[in-house]
Design a protein. Structure first.
Length: 174
C-alpha cells in the first residue's frame, strides 16, 4: 500500500473519516480546516488509493521548565518556557488498524518537526495521549512521560532525530 502525505486542503474529503474515536473524527470533520486557516495548527493527511487514511496536526508549543523531568530541566537555561513542537491530534482510519499507518504518521510528523527545527528551535516534540492505548503507542515509540501531566509524553528532538536516522539506515549491508 503506497502512502503519501500532504497538507490538508478542501479537496480532501473527511466527511466519512472514522477512526473509532469520536472526538478526533468530529475535530477532523468540523474544525481541522478552520484551525489550519487560522494558523492554530497545520494539518497533514496520509492518503492511500481510497483517500484519507490518517491525519495529524502540528503547532508550536511551550513547555514550562518545571514541567520537565529534573534530570533535563537542570541542564537548561532558567527560561520561563522552553520551545517545543506539539503533535496535537493524530488518528488513522478504522480500516487501517494494524497496518502500520500510525507508525508512518508519527514518522512523518517527526520528519517535519526536525526540518522546521533547523530554522525554529524546538527542544522536544510533545503529544497528549487521549487514552491508555495511545499512551502505550507513544511509549513503544520511545516517548517519555512528562511528570507534570499523566498523559503528556515527549521525546527530545535530538532523540527523535537519532531514532529516525537509526530506523531509516539500511540493515545488514542492504
Amino acid at each position: 500500500m503506497a502512502i503519501r502525505f500532504e497538507p490538508l486542503t478542501r479537496r480532501h474529503n473527511g466527511t466519512t473519516f472514522a477512526s473509532g474515536v469520536g472526538a478526533l473524527d468530529e475535530w477532523f470533520r468540523t474544525r481541522a480546516t478552520q484551525d489550519q486557516r487560522r494558523h492554530v495548527a497545520q494539518v497533514f493527511v496520509a492518503l492511500d488509493e481510497q483517500g484519507v487514511v490518517g491525519f495529524y496536526s502540528l503547532s508550536m508549543f511551550t513547555l514550562a521548565l518545571e514541567s520537565l523531568p529534573d534530570q533535563l530541566a537542570h541542564k537548561l537555561p532558567r527560561y520561563e518556557a522552553i520551545r517545543a513542537a506539539l503533535r496535537g491530534r493524530l488518528a488513522r482510519r478504522e480500516r487501517a488498524k494494524g497496518s502500520g499507518i500510525g507508525d508512518l504518521l508519527i514518522a512523518d510528523a517527526v520528519k517535519r518537526v526536525l526540518a522546521a527545527a533547523e530554522s525554529v528551535a524546538a527542544y522536544a516534540i510533545v503529544v497528549d495521549a487521549k487514552a491508555e492505548h495511545g499512551r502505550r503507542f507513544y511509549d513503544s515509540h520511545g516517548f517519555s512521560l512528562l511528570p507534570s501531566r499523566p498523559n503528556r509524553l515527549f521525546p527530545l528532538t535530538e532523540t527523535a532525530a537519532a531514532a529516525l536516522a537509526a530506523a531509516t539506515e539500511p540493515q545488514g549491508g542492504q
